[in-house]
Write a protein that binds this ligand. Structure first.
Ligand SMILES: C[S@@+](CC[C@H](N)C(=O)[O-])C[C@H]1O[C@@H](n2cnc3c(N)ncnc32)[C@H](O)[C@@H]1O
Length: 384
């Protein structure tokens, strides 16, 4: 039976935002989704047939979750992995949304409905926050519930022109995806290995090095995803001059070289606060490597990304648009974005990149749930 003929696997999507995880989970049907942000939920509804429950994850109970899911996906907020959340009381509600999710998994377990596969997505800082104790607590909780657990670091830059390393903690019980004998260089860099070594007894014993096929070579760069020059608003000369005046010395040299080439060169740039001679200074930092910097939520002026274009010896500057940000997340142009640029950038800056989820679903999650996982070095014949 081909994957197209199969009844879809079923997923619960927590911290669902605009639903980019769901877009990438090919072969899965989202049976339940939750997010507390009403504006993001509106984007979810505009783009998905499935309903979304709007509210705090802590207010949900197992009775709110229909049926039985094959997969529970949790793209928990990055500032909310603090161990404080594992404790009771107000602190838990504020700072430990992930534990609100975990409380539901425990309740499902009590009712015999715990999903065989759980994915927790977060920033790679989760590996080291609380000196590794937060990551340890998550692995310990999963291991304690009988799951085998491993983590992969996946950088969106392998699929799309955006530098966006993210951590995917994948837990499986009663099923297994492909497993490697040890760390796989592309997905288990030194910081993952260090975090694994820091785990204690039960979590370490449950650890598994998940294996994924290497992504094909990326064939897009930032310039390929940008709107045509005449379809976007550019800064005036005065605005461009004021922005470029902030350029850090090393970056100024790169900019000058690109300008002097006379060719069309595209850079992504961020304003950053740096300490120079003991003083805080705003600096513009550019990258001409064909990648955008990691999209962020536009909470302050410094979190908006700029596009700098050198052509014919001139330099032009503008802000990255919401649609361009969506493309940098692998979202098709048919996706309906919120009207305001800030809302669109907030939606995308917080999200998970679609092709990364696709790769995980295709290479690890579906093989496990469909019982067709082959671990490299076990059943797989050596390449000739
Ligand atoms: C990192 S974003 C995930 C976005 C999503 N994966 C996507 O692709 O758009 C985290 C989300 O968690 C939501 N959130 C934060 N705290 C929450 C809570 N206590 N209950 C429910 N949702 C929460 C935020 O509104 C935000 O949309």
């Amino acid at each position: 039976m081909s994957i197209r003929d199969r009844p879809a696997l079923v997923a619960y999507e927590f911290f669902a935002g605009g639903g980019l995880a769901g877009l990438g989970l090919e072969g899965f049907r989202t049976l339940f989704a939750n997010d507390m942000d009403a504006a993001k939920a509106a984007s979810w509804r505009a783009n998905h047939e499935a309903a979304i429950a709007v509210g705090d994850v802590w207010d949900l109970t197992a009775a709110d979750l229909p049926g039985q899911a094959d997969l529970a996906w949790a793209s928990s907020p990055c500032q909310d992995v603090s161990l404080a959340g594992a404790r009771a009381g107000l602190d838990a509600r504020r700072s430990g949304a992930l534990w609100g999710f975990w409380r539901l998994i425990e309740a499902l377990e009590t009712g015999g409905r715990a999903p065989p596969v759980i994915v927790i997505e977060n920033v790679v800082g989760l590996l080291t926050s609380g000196a590794g104790r937060d990551f340890g607590a998550i692995c310990e909780a999963l291991a304690g519930a009988g799951y085998r657990v491993g983590a992969l670091e996946m950088d969106t830059a392998h699929w799309l022109p955006q530098s966006r390393p993210r951590l995917f903690v994948v837990a499986m019980r009663g099923v297994s995806g492909p497993v490697a004998a040890g760390p796989v260089a592309l997905f288990h860099p030194a910081r993952v290995i260090t975090a694994q070594q820091r785990l204690s007894g039960r979590a370490k014993a449950a650890w598994v090095w998940w294996s994924l096929p290497a992504p094909p070579r990326r064939n897009l760069d930032l310039a390929a995803l940008l709107e045509p020059d005449d379809a976007v608003g550019w800064f005036t000369d005065a605005q461009t001059g004021a922005l470029l005046a902030l350029t850090a010395p090393l970056h100024r040299d790169r900019l000058e070289a690109a300008r002097a080439s006379g060719e069309r060169r595209v850079a992504a740039a961020f304003r950053r606060v740096r300490i120079e001679a003991g003083q805080k200074v705003q600096r513009l930092e550019l990258r001409f490597d064909g990648l955008a910097g990691c999209l962020r939520t536009p909470s302050g002026g410094s979190s908006r990304q700029y596009v700098i274009v050198c052509v014919g010896g001139k330099v032009r500057a503008r802000r990255l648009t919401g649609r361009e940000a969506a493309r940098l997340m692998g979202v098709p142009d048919t996706y309906i974005l919120p009207r305001g640029e800030t809302a669109a950038l907030k939606l995308m800056g917080d999200a998970v990149a679609v092709p990364v989820v696709q790769a995980l679903a295709e290479g690890l999650l579906r093989p496990a749930l469909e019982g067709r996982a082959v671990s490299p070095g076990s059943a797989c014949p050596a390449p000739t």
